[in-house]
Design a protein around this ligand. Structure first.
Ligand SMILES: NC(=O)c1ccc[n+]([C@@H]2O[C@H](COP(=O)([O-])OP(=O)(O)OC[C@H]3O[C@@H](n4cnc5c(N)ncnc54)[C@H](O)[C@@H]3O)[C@@H](O)[C@H]2O)c1
Length: 340
């Protein structure tokens, strides 16, 4: 049985990936520091779904066996903790590592740059070192569509120049790609970076538009609509993202054009939607009108994203979920979870 480490397991994407893989023949260790960037109760509730209870999950650096899945254990650890992470890798000996833990969020990085350097750069270095010293067969890690900055050429392709990030968050993600390339080159570790495009769906992040808008509309509060709604995002439903990550996990990242086993892939919907249409889908699903507070563009935000997903499609990927269907699923989950 393959042994896989998923970091960020209490987070939105990490939780869904664990859930999907646990149904298969995989032994998984989930790691997360359960930081309070957003409501920790949502993180504990996700872990609870995986059979890990809050009282056990609270303890640091202790493997907790799932009550629901015999092939799942969880450990609360900080990726920045060099000694702990190094010993953890040596003890567990993973075949595959999927690094989804990071300090996410573009806007938060404007006021809190230090946290991004710690989690996304120091933490990622410790993951790379762990992979190097234990001969991990494939490291898959989360990058982001934000690396494209204000790219004007659409759709965004992995061959486009990405030397102009406009937030520190984006700069750390681009740095991860460079660091991974170096480790692939020096130590022959196969690595694949996934540039995720605005992921949404059930159990989603409370700092993201889908969640913020749904909450505010239900509470009768106004919603902040940046760039007066004239932004486009390649909104991608969580199940499509997970199906894509699973495909990548099956592949070896050997490149056709280079001797270095390092690959970057876009993972998105391939069909951008205006923010206004997205809000309309939420209004339709809630059967309630939003009160729009139209605001200018925020620092760090990009006007549009649009993924060229041809390379991932060649592995069998296709984005299947429409905005209406995805939004409906989120709203159903939200109402059930918050008992509305
Ligand atoms: N959700 C999106 O739309 C999106 C888009 C582009 C990229 N990404 C990237 O995908 C990954 C997963 O995103 P998500 O939406 O699930 O975010 P999330 O915040 O829900 O999950 C990340 C998890 O990582 C954990 N974490 C953060 N720093 C850590 C550290 N130093 N040590 C251990 N755990 C740590 C957090 O507690 C959190 O539970 C991130 O790397 C993010 O930057 C997400």
């Amino acid at each position: 049985m393959k042994k896989v480490l998923i970091t960020g397991a209490a987070g939105f994407i990490g939780f869904h990936l664990c859930k999907a893989l646990l149904e298969k023949d995989t032994e998984i260790i989930g790691l997360d520091n359960i930081n309070d960037y957003y409501d920790v109760n949502l993180k504990f509730a996700r872990l609870n779904e995986l059979g890990i209870y809050k009282e056990d999950a609270k303890k640091f650096n202790k493997n907790v066996q799932s009550d629901k899945y015999s092939n799942f254990t969880f450990v609360r650890s900080n990726l920045e903790d060099e000694k702990i992470i190094s010993e953890f890798f040596k003890r567990e000996k993973f075949d595959v590592v999927c690094n989804l833990a990071a300090q996410a969020g573009v806007r938060y990085s404007i006021d809190n740059p230090g946290i991004y350097v710690q989690s996304n750069l120091v933490g990622f270095l410790n993951v790379l070192e762990g992979c190097r010293h234990t001969k991990v067969k494939h490291l898959i890690y989360a990058s982001s569509s934000s690396v494209y900055g204000q790219n004007e050429k659409v759709p965004f392709s992995v061959v486009d120049n990405v030397d102009h990030p406009i937030s520190l968050y984006a700069a750390t993600k681009k740095s991860n790609e460079l660091m991974a390339y170096t480790y692939s080159h020096l130590y022959n570790i196969p690595t694949t970076g996934l540039r995720f495009f605005t992921v949404y769906g059930p159990w989603g992040r409370p700092d993201m538009a889908m969640f913020l808008f749904t909450k505010a509309i239900l509470e009768g509060k106004s919603i902040d609509v940046f760039n007066r709604g004239e932004m486009k995002r390649d909104f991608t439903y969580i199940d499509d993202i997970i199906a894509g990550v699973e495909l990548v996990m099956k592949e070896s990242p050997l490149s056709k054009t280079s001797t270095v086993s390092h690959k970057i892939l876009n993972i998105g919907n391939g069909s951008p939607e205006s923010l206004d249409n997205f809000i309309m889908a939420i209004e339709k699903s809630l059967n309630k009108k939003a009160v729009r507070n139209l605001l200018p563009m925020q620092p760090g935000d990009v006007p549009r994203t649009w993924a060229d997903t041809k390379e991932l499609e060649s592995l069998g990927y296709s984005s299947k979920t429409s905005i209406d269907e995805g939004v409906e699923n989120f709203v159903k989950w939200y109402k059930k979870f918050y008992e509305i």
